[in-house]
Design a protein around this ligand. Sequence first.
Ligand code: GLC
Ligand code: MG
Length: 582
Amino acid sequence: MSSKWTLALAVLLVICVTIHVEAKTKAWWETASFYQIYPRSFKDSDGDGVGDLKGVTSKLSYLKEIGIAATWLSPFLKSPMADFGYDISNFTEVDPLFGTMEDFEELMKKSKEQGVRIILDFVPNHSSDECEWFVKSAQNDPEYKDYYIWHPGRIVNGTRLVPNNWVSVFRGSAWEWHEGRQEYYLHQFHKKQPDFNFRNPKVREAMNNILRFWLNKGIDGFRVDAIYHAFEIAPDAEGNYPDEPRNDWTNDPDDYGYVHHIYTVDQPETPLLVYEWRQVLDQFQKDHGGDERILMVETWSPIEIVMEYYGNSTAEGAQIPFNFQMISYLYNDSDAYHYANLINEWLSKMPAGRTANWVVGNHDKNRVGSRFGPERMDMFNMLLLTLPGCSVTYNGEEIGMTDVWISWQETVDPQACNGVEEGYEYRSRDPARTPFQWSDELNAGFSTGNETWLPVSPDYKRDNLKRQRGISLSHLNIFKQLQLLRAENTLRDGEAEVKALNADVLAVKRSLYNDFTYITLMNIFDSVQTVNLNDIFSNLPIEFQYVVVTDKSIRRKGDKVSSTKVILLPKEAVVLKSTIKV
Ligand code: GLC
Ligand code: MG
């Protein structure tokens, strides 16, 4: 071959490689819309008033309808239900309340047919006190003796006292006396949720085996519960754990806020544990093929620590460390600058090459429509679904369900019941966990039973999925339109610029070379706003059209608008699309 041809070939090769790199296809999860199902409240198939796995299976086509790529299910494993499934007594068995392992296998089979992936809730910080491992640990069984955190307590003036001042998330001392073993055990949540000892290699191996068990069942990943609690500070040479320093905002020693949690959460070893699990997942993929399996981790930590869970240049971590910025730091009266700062903080602090994710609600927090007002429901769905990366929607948010008021007598959440009646409404997570409102039938179509485990919203005849199907600008239909947009190149692969036009209006610009530009606009408060998008964005095409509008708009889908003058009504949110590719 002449040297001219060799050179030409080499150039071609370089071009091909470059193109290939640029066109790197995204992994399935990077642009996925995730959906959290709280199985107790999603769909009851047998009329006992509690949702179950068969119920979930029967609604897979609904998940498909609303464009969900993967759903993470809150726990359905064997449990005495002290914390409604977050207290697991057998990590590889299905609780009869939710069904059988065959029901789970059927769910897996049907979900694969429908193309909706299943993510399991993995609860590694603690088990139930009824778990065989804890029972054996309490009996000092040599194999399990150090599976949990035990301490004999302190003897002061002849009286035995708890080891230190640590407080449980659900109120009261984090230490509980065990008559059998004659020692205290640590529980950072309910006393029926003893904390595992992650400094014991046997516990680590047991956890890896749980992961492998469920990977073998065909799941696509795990949501990891309460990971920031996994490690506590190591005991000193005498086996003691130090007190945590006092906070000055409460004098109630039973309140979780009584002490500053420097020894019980966010210990430096914890992200490394997640890196270890990621290796288990990656190894599984190597051995068994298939797509990437993912970890979504729950950590209520300062953002710098959350970012560590992504991994670093030498270790892969969780693909999705949940982004709780909007849950933790956004309020009803937050202005557009505040929204922009929170969003940009995540984007700028994220390590290079990682994918952003956006979460506004879950089963532990008040519903979005109750926190920010029902009028802002569509606005939040628009934001969540047009930002770059993955979105995570809590079941019911797509139809704008709001919190249901629940009397003290009907309250079941241990976080509320562990205390006195006063203030229970602030602690209770029940209002966001009520049955899904499918239709105007009995129990909102959730269950055919006489009773449901939590009351159904009194508004279900007006607010339900079935009715929203028939209303063109319902929350549901807006959600579905947004999901269709997410399939567009620009929303999948485009750049993002998030800016406030003024204190009232937030704008998210998504653009991609040689493609359409999209702009999401949110008028957060109650005044009419007239804005010029060129004030904050450069090189904008002049003409746009409305592609998603809400029932607050006087505009219709397809209407044209100039980028120099967009009028927004109070609490109006819209998505605009340029009429030409730029
Ligand atoms: C997580 C769960 C919550 C549970 C707690 C203890 O925060 O989301 O529902 O109570 O962990 O497992
Ligand atoms: Mg049932």
